[in-house]
Design a protein around this ligand. Structure first.
Ligand code: ATP
Ligand code: MG
Length: 572
């Protein structure tokens, strides 16, 4: 490719709305352009990187027996009604109607379509395991599309679905995908850590997310430096420690205190001069229409996913002002467990509390010395809080540490959720009908490219790993007006192409500074500079983008040197 023809409009300035490095660089290097919030057009360089990631994914999916299919983006509502998700999916789903008024959606994911496809053809245990995947656009009307490809509303996903005869066979599919994922991200040049995760709207129970650790990540990951334990904060367990007291604690007298205007734990602890960990937060929720309260220690945060699981409810919402007033007799900020006539669910940490500060269920008042059993009863104690860095590891004696992560992929054991709901059954070897046992496995292709850039860039631009670089090499004659340079550039360009190296020749009549800046911004792993001085000595200069290392190489050896460098770790 000639640089003079390459459609890669680079920008010197950082676009104002791009907050993180990968987003800025993908725009500046001319990889893509925004067309609407969360929707992007890929330009040639961006598309080449995307296609390379797709190819790596394809090879690894094929290697575990995956077969590629291509499912429709537009999906009929009826299938989603069968699985029960048409109502559940909410505003994230792009919905549309055809001219007959029939309802459709743009697929945010494809469990329904694939289950409907497979149920009509797969009848026997002999036809499984079946692992089908596709690489295709997904549509999700995200509330906050941002960070470029990280959180788009239209984005490319690889999604694989596995169909197995039983749990044991699903286990094999799951771990095959898990290990394939580790290989995929490593081949793309980025380290992705598998962490235990929550399965969210997809369903199922066992699931791992693959996280690229980066400050710009939207997820918080907790991991133990002593053992293997690593989990998304949504999932991370908090340990229940037994209440052990040498002596019976001295219980203070329950007393009401005026706390004018103090509603938050911070305000209350400041006003009453107590520590946040000596206060109890009382949070009112409406769970499937029923009002309940959840209690957590003042310095802890509730984890609504855990609460929802404990209650086994379909809907869970924080109670509104009116509901709170009705249940407590006070406005928001003064709810407390004493005398409250709704079921109370408390986090394990609350078991340890003595003489706690709680809301008094009265405007501008709190209670001091509130104690379990004596002053209030709890329905159930459970793990209800968000684990945090510094907490004990749930698996060993270590302490958890925190890091931000970008979720580039996720694997799920779905079990029989969709096959039961949608009647995807088969006959086992005894001729008995059973639902297929499913798994699903997603990778965000664009998000992976963005994550690679987050981890591989400097002030000058992108530093592509060779495996997914749009091109491997840029050949830069310092001056195209110098005939010897122009000729040597053209010759090297042709030789590299013949050797199967993906190369761009910067044939523009630009100043060398401009050419070098563009080469660094776009991030070619290798640059060959052809200047008159070195050319007179029969040599060319090779620069490695990642290390900045320069070497003067005899013209005759340039192609073989590059071939070796591309094979070697140096440039990756
Ligand atoms: P998130 O929690 O980030 O919203 P998710 O868990 O809903 O993502 P999955 O349904 O697990 O996403 O989708 C599989 C993969 O698709 C994710 O691991 C991620 O890499 C990618 N992905 C999901 N949503 C988006 C998005 N809005 N833009 C880009 N990639 C996405
Ligand atoms: Mg996910």
């Amino acid at each position: 490719m000639y640089m003079s023809q390459l459609y890669s409009p680079t920008l010197r300035e950082t676009p104002a709305d791009a907050e993180i490095a990968s987003h800025q660089l993908m725009l500046r290097a001319g990889l893509m352009r925004r067309s609407a919030a969360g929707m992007y057009a890929f330009l040639p360089l961006g598309l080449r990187a995307i296609r390379k990631v797709e190819q790596i994914i394809r090879e690894e999916m094929n290697a575990i027996g995956g077969q590629e299919v291509l499912l429709p983006i537009v999906q009929p509502a009826e299938l989603w009604e069968e699985s029960g998700r048409w109502g559940d999916y909410g505003d994230e789903m792009f919905r549309l109607k055809d001219r007959q008024g029939r309802q459709f959606c743009l697929g945010p994911t494809h469990e329904e379509i694939i289950t409907a496809l497979v149920r009509s053809e797969v009848r026997s245990y002999r036809q499984m395991p079946l692992r089908l995947y596709q690489i295709q656009n997904k549509y999700r009307d995200e509330i906050r599309p941002r960070f470029g490809l990280m959180r788009g509303r239209e984005f490319i996903m690889k999604d694989m679905y596995s169909f197995d005869r039983d749990e044991e066979a699903l286990d094999a599919s799951y771990w095959a995908a898990y290990h394939a994922y580790a290989r995929i991200f490593a081949r793309c040049g980025v380290e992705a850590h598998p962490v235990e995760a929550d399965s969210g709207a997809i369903g199922g129970d066992v699931t791992h997310e693959f996280m690229v650790l980066a400050d710009s990540g939207e997820d918080l990951v907790l991991f133990c430096p002593k053992c293997e334990y690593a989990a998304n904060v949504e999932r991370a367990e908090s340990v229940r420690t037994p209440v052990q007291r040498e002596e019976k604690p001295e219980l203070g007298e329950l007393a009401k205190a005026a706390t004018p205007g103090a509603r938050t734990i911070e305000q209350i602890s400041e006003f009453l001069q107590v520590k946040p960990e000596d206060c109890i937060k009382t949070l009112l929720y409406v769970a499937d229409g029923k009002v309940i309260a959840a209690l957590v220690r003042g310095d802890h945060n509730i984890n609504e996913i855990k609460l929802r699981k404990l209650l086994g409810c379909e809907t869970l919402e924080l109670a509104d002002d009116e509901t709170i007033f009705k249940a407590t007799g006070a406005p928001v900020g003064f709810a407390g467990p004493v005398g409250l006539k709704i079921p109370l669910y408390a986090d394990y940490a609350v078991e340890h509390m003595v003489n706690a500060v709680v809301g008094a269920n009265e405007l501008d008042h709190h209670m001091l010395n509130a104690n379990l059993e004596r002053d209030f009863q709890v329905e159930v104690f459970a793990d209800l809080r968000e684990a945090q860095p510094g907490d004990p590891c749930p698996r060993c004696e270590g302490r958890l540490e925190g890091a931000r992560g970008i979720e580039v992929g996720q694997v799920f054991k779905l079990g029989t959720k969709y096959s039961r709901a949608m009647g995807a059954t088969f006959l086992d070897e005894n001729g008995k009908e059973a639902p297929m046992v499913m798994g699903c496995y997603g990778i965000g292709v664009g998000r992976t490219v963005a994550a690679v850039i987050e981890k591989n860039h400097d002030d000058d631009g992108i530093i592509w790993p060779v495996s997914i670089a749009p091109y491997h090499v840029i050949v830069v004659p310092v001056s195209m007006k110098d005939e010897a340079q122009a000729e040597a550039g053209q010759k090297l360009y042709e030789e590299l192409q013949a050797a199967g190296v993906e190369v761009v020749l910067d044939d523009r009549n630009e100043r060398p500074g401009v050419k070098f800046k563009d080469a660094d911004l776009i991030g070619f792993p290798i640059r060959v500079t052809i200047g008159s001085k070195s050319l007179e000595q029969g040599a060319m200069e090779i620069t490695i983008r990642r290390t900045g290392e320069k070497m003067l190489v005899p013209a005759a050896d340039v192609v073989s040197t590059i071939e070796n460098l591309l094979k070697d770790g140096e440039t990756r």
